[in-house]
Design a protein around this ligand. Structure first.
Ligand SMILES: [Zn+2]
Length: 71
């Protein structure tokens, strides 16, 4: 029995859209979903409306994703 790896390649239009968002977030900025921004532990936290990651504000219009805790 020989299996071809034809499943791993399937990237539809949604996948392309997602990677554009990721690139935008990486090279330009994350943008918070303002309706859900909260004040927590002395800083604003929220979720990026493009990539959905948890982000916190470092300064005006500068948002950074939370680093993942090391396992
Ligand atoms: Zn983002």
């Amino acid at each position: 029995m020989i299996r071809h790896h034809n499943c791993a390649r399937g990237v539809g239009a949604k996948g392309v859209e997602m990677s554009i968002s990721r690139v935008f977030c990486l090279f330009i900025a994350h943008e918070p979903d303002r309706a859900h921004v909260e004040w927590k532990n002395g800083r604003f936290v929220g979720h990026c409306k493009r990539c959905g990651r948890s982000i916190y504000r470092i300064s005006t219009r500068q948002w950074r994703p939370h680093k993942k805790d090391p396992a």
